[in-house]
Design a protein around this ligand. Structure first.
Ligand code: ZN
Ligand code: ZN
Length: 450
């Protein structure tokens, strides 16, 4: 815990009787001074100064949501703001990504702060003056677009944190890379995008941080609360596609062909044993879910083939690879037992790795969350079966990704419309909590290492 520094730990050169009082006074007036409870007075001052701006940005971005790799307006808003702050800004990274560096006036560590900017193909059902009426094209269809995952909050909070840190620049030890990332929810079909693409385009090659921080607003926590977890936190997420090929025949004469429907039913049944019989679930949980079955057209035709698609969630890279292998095995061999063949693509596209919070970094930063949000408001979270492409950054350097409650107090967060729902609702006090938390984490880290 950080508290007022006792005189006994001041450097010897400043500890003489004549200079002690002056050194203490300087220490107290410096930007690194702490209040008795460890909360930074400058965090409170900046929160009060910048909350109206953060709120206005959030409502503006909420009303103008853009799908992944299409965040043209949002990234311009971000880039213009960062340029006005005097940062060196790079745009067009991974299509619409923006990065900028703030160099503090004093030597210190290099860190990265990340926000995502994309919205989802969801039609908003909230009755708000700034509700989204935007539409776009997704997979050839016209769809509503909504910030149903709260990335509007992440972007506006980080814009505010950038402005706060710019105001402290002279006394700031170290350098900060701001990462405003597109397409966290995945790029459109046939395109690259998101965190992995930002890294491929060299953002951590040009600026290697020693730690990376990010946050996410979540419906599963009440506003005012901040959640965290050490180690594996959010799941690796992988898609699969299995095509079971038989031979078409009349429904009255199944022996005249090979029935892929019965084979598919057995594949689905046997796949349940991957989790229940083959994975050591005392180590980490695993989920294998089928999301769609497609096959057949008419009641009396046994079709040629059946297609199965689904998702795999894991928290351990070894288990992840083992599940891939097991599912291919089940698909191929169970199909073979029916005389059918399976083409199993497991995974069928690049997935997200598990999001791991570095245990040492987490232990170091949880007190900062407690200072920002109040010790009683910081809670340890269960594993989250959702996925986050923040995982790619946290694979490169130690990462800490924490959660900010979004559901209004007095409402049960278990029953509240979840992220991705057309009724996902952000209690705007979360903007203040998120801002204070991210700023406190940043300042504590930088000053702690200065
Ligand atoms: Zn999402
Ligand atoms: Zn999200």
């Amino acid at each position: 815990m950080r508290t007022l520094l006792p005189a006994s730990i001041l450097p010897a050169s400043t500890a003489s009787a004549t200079t002690l009082a002056a050194a203490l006074a300087a220490l107290l007036s410096a930007s690194s001074a702490f209040a008795a409870d460890g909360a930074r007075p400058e965090v409170d001052a900046q929160a009060q100064r910048l909350q109206p701006k953060v709120l206005a940005w959030r409502r503006d971005i909420h009303q103008h949501p853009e799908l992944g790799n299409r965040e043209v307006r949002t990234s311009k808003l971000v880039a213009d703001h960062l340029r006005k702050l005097g940062f060196e800004v790079k745009t067009g990274i991974a299509t619409t990504g923006v990065v900028a560096v703030l160099k503090g006036g004093k030597p210190g560590p290099r860190i990265a702060l990340r926000a995502d900017m994309d919205a989802l193909p969801v039609t908003e059902r909230n009755d708000l003056p700034f509700a989204s009426k935007a539409t776009s094209t997704f997979r050839g269809e016209t769809v509503g677009v909504m910030h149903a995952c709260g990335h509007d909050a992440h972007t506006s909070i980080l814009m505010g944190v950038a402005e706060a840190l710019a105001a402290m620049k002279a006394d700031l030890p170290g350098e900060i890379l701001f990462v405003f990332q597109p397409a966290e929810e995945g790029p459109p079909d046939g395109e690259e995008g998101g965190a992995e693409e930002m890294l491929k385009q060299g953002i951590f090659r040009d600026f290697k941080p020693e730690a990376v921080f990010g946050l996410h607003v979540f419906s599963t926590l009440n506003a005012g609360k901040v959640g965290y977890r050490s180690g594996p936190t959010m799941a690796a997420s992988d898609r699969f596609n299995i095509v079971i090929k038989g031979r078409q025949t009349h429904g009255s004469r199944p022996w005249g062909g090979v029935d892929p429907i019965v084979a598919a039913a057995d594949v689905i049944g046997s796949a349940q044993t991957i989790v229940s019989r083959r994975q050591n679930i005392s180590k980490q949980p695993v989920v294998v879910s089928f999301g769609a079955i497609k096959g057949g057209i008419r009641y009396n035709i046994i079709p040629d083939q059946v297609e199965l698609i689904g998702t795999i969630r894991t928290f351990d890279e070894g288990m992840r690879q083992a599940v891939f292998k097991d599912l291919v095995n089940v698909a191929e061999h169970v199909s073979a037992a029916h005389g059918a063949t399976a083409v199993a693509q497991v995974p069928d596209t690049k997935g997200n790795p598990v999001t791991v919070n570095d245990p040492a970094l987490t232990a170091k930063m949880v007190p900062s969350l407690q200072r920002a949000a109040g010790a009683g408001n910081v809670v340890e979270m269960d594993l989250n079966m959702g996925a986050e492409d923040f995982s790619f950054y946290a694979r490169e350097v130690p990462g800490f990704f924490f959660f900010v409650g979004a559901t209004p107090q007095g409402q049960d967060p278990v029953k509240a419309p979840s992220n991705h729902s057309p009724e996902f609702f952000l209690d705007e006090s979360a903007l203040d909590v998120g801002f204070r938390s991210m700023l406190q984490v940043t300042l504590d880290y930088l000053h702690g290492r200065a």
